[in-house]
Structure formats: structure tokens, C-alpha cells
Ligand binder design. Structure first.
Ligand code: PMP
Length: 360
């Protein structure tokens, strides 16, 4: 079996040991004579998997006891609505950093439920940089400040975070569990699973108790954070396969040295590709401010875009997939999530050097 180097932005590459374990267990889970995904979500077997996954999130992030871990459906996109439904309302204000495509979507949905004040807008730099975290000050009436820790399309990433008066909420969909985090600085963290945590279908939501307690209670059950927090995310049928796989991915992250170990590997992989961009003497261009360039999604263009097609065809021939840039920005994007091996980054860098030599 030849596994390809998978650079897709999401859903994206998963650790091979996780896929193999899932495969081995799928038909007959631990001698039960049925698979876990055919088992009641109230069963002892599922309960172990479910609560095991919650405990692993807590231990990997070092979460203090006053935070709840929740598994919710609807993707990170539903959080764009659920957050303001719970924490905003008529006359209430939120602060946002507009860092690009994903922040814009979060802002658009928040505006439906309350007021939005954008503290920083990357428009003038075409969303290629971020504000200095120490310059970010929330407004006195703000219920929260929302940031996007990694802009998956633009390829920029906060390297440290603002410490703010209002609770800090971060969309970490594309860099969750890729590095250690000062979790106490956040009121809430959320992430769709399908980049660093497993298959799509589940969204990890981590929220501080005081925010859950002050949230709007006048909502349908599924839309209230309190419902999920109070039932350990078993109020209704959870996405059992996604949570089952997520638990295995977290075990794999532990085996990589936890978040500190993973960060080291991620830095090294990103460095290999950024070095390839820089070493080619202008043949490749990175549009983003190097101080905030993402370790997860490396965006680059060819100085001569007429070569784009040939560049991409060559990657496919070598078994490298998913390098085409997002349709809104063009060029190329290499997503180097946790499960991408160093060899994948090196194979891409070698190809980039060879291609530049041939055409330079
Ligand atoms: N936020 C970010 C930063 C993302 O990268 C994505 C998906 N690519 C989303 C939100 C939307 O996530 P979902 O598809 O899970 O709704």
C-alpha cells in the first residue's frame, strides 16, 4: 500500500496508526461481536471511549477544573452562531480581530445577534499580518473578544495571544493541539476536528464555567452550552465515530511527546518548507509577514504563475496531494498538520528546489 503525502487543508491527513487501529476494530470492537459505531451511546463501552476522550483533552492541554470540554456537532461554523446566541443579544457588544476569511465569517454571524466592534482589520494589508498582541485592548462593554488563532486560507497564525479584560474566545480549528497553550488566558476555545483531531463531524468546545453560567438560557436545548456541559456532551446522540477516532488521535499526540513534542515537529516541518521558499531566490513568494506565518498552512505563489499548472502536475506525479491554493487566493498551500510526517515536508521542499532549478 502506498500512502500519499496529503497536504489537504481539511479534512486532512491522519496518523497511520490511528487509521490502522480503527480498521482493525471496526467490525468487532474488543470481542463484542459488533463495532463501536453500532453500539448504544449509553453503553459502558462507548462511555469509556467518550469520557476517555474528554480526559485526554483535559490532560493534554492542562485544563484547570473550571473549564468544561464539550463535543458539539455543526462544525466550527455553528459556533459562529452559537457563541453570539449564548453570549450576545440586543444591545450587547463583542470585539473581533478581523484577520481574514474565517474571522469574517464569524463576524458576519455575530452581527445577527448583537453588536460587533472590530478592533483590528487586516484589510489594508490584504490580511497578511496580525496586530501585536500587547496592543489589543478590549472595549469596556465587550462581552468577549474573538480571534482566529490560525487563518487556514491566509496562512497567518498568532504566535502569542492578547491578554484582555474581556474573555478571549479563539477559533482554533486549524491549529488546535499543535502547540502548548496558555489556556487560562482564554474564556473559550473551539475547533472543528477535521484538521488536527480526527475526522469531521465533531467540534471540540472548551469553555470556562463562568461563561457557561452567564450565557443566555432562553434557547433550544441543543443550542445552549449549559446543556452540553451538564450532560458531558451526552444530551443527545453524539457523533460516536468522530469522538472515537478523536480519542485515538489524542493518544497518538501523547505518544509524540504531547503538545511540546508536537510543536517541535511542527516547527521543523514548517521551517523546511519556508526555507525552500526562501532558498529559491524569488522563484517562490510567500505573501505573509514572516513574523506571523503559519506553521500549519504554508501559502506561496510562483513568481511566474504561468508555471502553476506544471508545478501542480509534478506534485501529483510524486504522490503529493492537495497543494492547490484556496480558490479565493490562488497559488499553493501546503497544510502541515500534526499527522504530516517530516518526510512529506522534505519531499515537497526537494521538489520545489528541483522545479526552481529546472525553470529558474
Ligand atoms: N474556522 C477555521 C479557521 C477553519 O479553517 C474552518 C474550516 N476550514 C472553519 C472555521 C469552518 O469549520 P467547519 O467546516 O468545521 O464548520
Amino acid at each position: 500500500m502506498a500512502r500519499k503525502f496529503n497536504f489537504y487543508a481539511g479534512p486532512s491527513t491522519l496518523p497511520l496508526p490511528v487509521l490502522e487501529e480503527l480498521q482493525a476494530e471496526l467490525v468487532d470492537y474488543k470481542g463484542m461481536g459488533l463495532s463501536l459505531v453500532e453500539t448504544s451511546h449509553r453503553s459502558k463501552e462507548y462511555d469509556e471511549v467518550h469520557n476517555g476522550a474528554i480526559s485526554k483533552v483535559k490532560s493534554l492541554l492542562g485544563l484547570p477544573d473550571n473549564y468544561k470540554v464539550m463535543f458539539i456537532q455543526g462544525g466550527a461554523t455553528m459556533q459562529f452562531s452559537m457563541i453570539p446566541m449564548n453570549l450576545l443579544g440586543p444591545g450587547k457588544t463583542s470585539n473581533f480581530i478581523n484577520s481574514g476569511a474565517w474571522a469574517k465569517k464569524a463576524i458576519a454571524d455575530a452581527k445577527i445577534y448583537g453588536d460587533v466592534e472590530v478592533l483590528y482589520d487586516g484589510k489594508d494589508t490584504n490580511y497578511t499580518t496580525l496586530p501585536d498582541p500587547s496592543s489589543v485592548k478590549t472595549t469596556p462593554s465587550a462581552e468577549y473578544l474573538h480571534i482566529t488563532s490560525n487563518e487556514t486560507i491566509g496562512g497567518i497564525q498568532w504566535k502569542s495571544f492578547p491578554k484582555t479584560e474581556a474573555p478571549l474566545i479563539a477559533d482554533m480549528s486549524s491549529d488546535i493541539m499543535s502547540r502548548p497553550l496558555p489556556v487560562e488566558d482564554f474564556g473559550m476555545i473551539y475547533a472543528g476536528a477535521q484538521k488536527n483531531l480526527g475526522p469531521s463531524g465533531v467540534t471540540l468546545v472548551i469553555m470556562r464555567d463562568d461563561l457557561i453560567a452567564k450565557a443566555n438560557q432562553n434557547l433550544g436545548a441543543y443550542l445552549k452550552y449549559a446543556t452540553h456541559a451538564d450532560s458531558d456532551s451526552l444530551y443527545n446522540t453524539p457523533p460516536v465515530f468522530s469522538i472515537y477516532a478523536l480519542g485515538k488521535v489524542l493518544t497518538w499526540i501523547e505518544s509524540q511527546g504531547g503538545l511540546a513534542g508536537i510543536e517541535k515537529k511542527n516547527r521543523e516541518k514548517a521551517q523546511v518548507v519556508y526555507n525552500a521558499i526562501e532558498a529559491a531566490g524569488g522563484f517562490y513568494k510567500s505573501p505573509v509577514d514572516s513574523a506571523v506565518r503559519s506553521d500549519m498552512n504554508i501559502v506561496f505563489t510562483l513568481a511566474d504563475s504561468q508555471l502553476d499548472k506544471e508545478f501542480l502536475a509534478g506534485t501529483a506525479e510524486l504522490g503529493m496531494l492537495g497543494l492547490k491554493g484556496h480558490r479565493s487566493v490562488g497559488g499553493f498551500r501546503a497544510s502541515l498538520y500534526n499527522a504530516m510526517p517530516l518526510e512529506g515536508a522534505k519531499a515537497l521542499a526537494q521538489y520545489m528546489a528541483d522545479f526552481a532549478k529546472k525553470h529558474g
